[in-house]
Design a protein. Structure first.
Length: 284
């Protein structure tokens, strides 16, 4: 049964993240007060809309708790579509997706984003301030049925109330990077990056389907090679499946962002980099 929430009771008090998602998808939720006759009638009408749009693979109407908590799967009768390593049939979690342009790229290639959960460490307000393209990307993702989550920490995402016990076929983190406080060659800065990636691997390893993969796109030249990505993954119980050359041109519309400082909205040249694909060790 779909559970509805309002500002005055239920999940509104227990989970601010969940409330923010519900309100974002339909601000009319703010006007619903449980027990009111008109509210019940409105909920019934909106539920019919949700069912109608979901059958078409589109977002619509008011979104219930279960709809937000679990990515909607693809229709088995739909043609499978691919873009590089990613398929429209895979359940995907995108971590630290900058201005969400990578999510938009995949969604446009698939013609739908119902199988994608796109997440960011920042609040929606902060994202709109940091990235000039965030607003338009968020609109497009909503139209294509993507589940968008804000305030998701790569270290603790496995315990997030909307991600607990959720498993994914692909968990993707492109160009992980801690806030830059020193030069990239500085040992302490490098260690900060390593802690970020290590925590991500540990969390992601709990969220993989049996044959799922964790993908990290990362520069392979010095000083970035000093992060020892493969070693960090191994310490989290993951093993290298494949290492593939990354080409930004394979992902039309994707803009990799610096993410921090006064130049946060600027892209940077990927240079020599690869997508590292990791699987989960069966010995664990």
């Amino acid at each position: 049964m779909v559970k509805w929430v309002s500002l005055k009771e239920g999940f509104a008090r227990e989970d601010k993240h969940l409330l923010a998602l519900v309100v974002k998808r339909d601000k009319r939720t703010l006007n619903f007060l449980p027990g009111e006759e008109k509210a019940r009638e409105r909920r019934d009408t909106e539920l019919q809309k949700v069912n109608h749009f979901q059958r078409q693979g589109k977002p619509g109407g008011m979104v219930g708790v279960e709809n937000l908590a679990e990515p909607i799967g693809n229709d088995d009768n739909k043609e499978e579509k691919w873009i590089k390593h990613y398929s429209s049939t895979q359940k995907m979690l995108l971590v630290g997706d900058g201005d969400f342009s990578f999510a938009v790229c995949l969604a446009e290639a698939f013609g739908s984003a119902t199988s994608i959960v796109a997440s960011s460490l920042y609040s929606e307000e902060m994202m709109r301030l940091k990235y000039s393209g965030a607003a338009s990307n968020l609109r497009e993702l909503e139209e294509l049925g993507c589940t968008v989550m804000h305030g998701v920490n790569a270290h603790t995402m496995n315990s997030h109330p909307l991600l607990t016990h959720k498993l994914f076929d692909r968990i993707v983190y492109n160009f992980p990077h801690a806030a830059l406080k020193r030069s990239e060659a500085n040992i302490r800065q490098s260690e900060s990056h390593r802690r970020l990636v290590k925590g991500f691997f540990k969390s992601a390893s709990d969220m993989m389907e049996e044959n799922g993969e964790v993908h990290v796109t990362h520069k392979t030249t010095d000083p970035y090679s000093n992060w020892e990505i493969e070693k960090l993954a191994e310490e989290a119980g993951l093993f290298l499946v494949e290492k593939v050359k990354f080409r930004k041109s394979d992902y039309p519309g994707y803009e990799n962002k610096r993410g921090s400082g006064s130049r946060a909205d600027e892209s940077f040249p990927p240079g020599n980099c690869c997508t590292f694909k990791f699987g989960k060790s069966t010995s664990l």
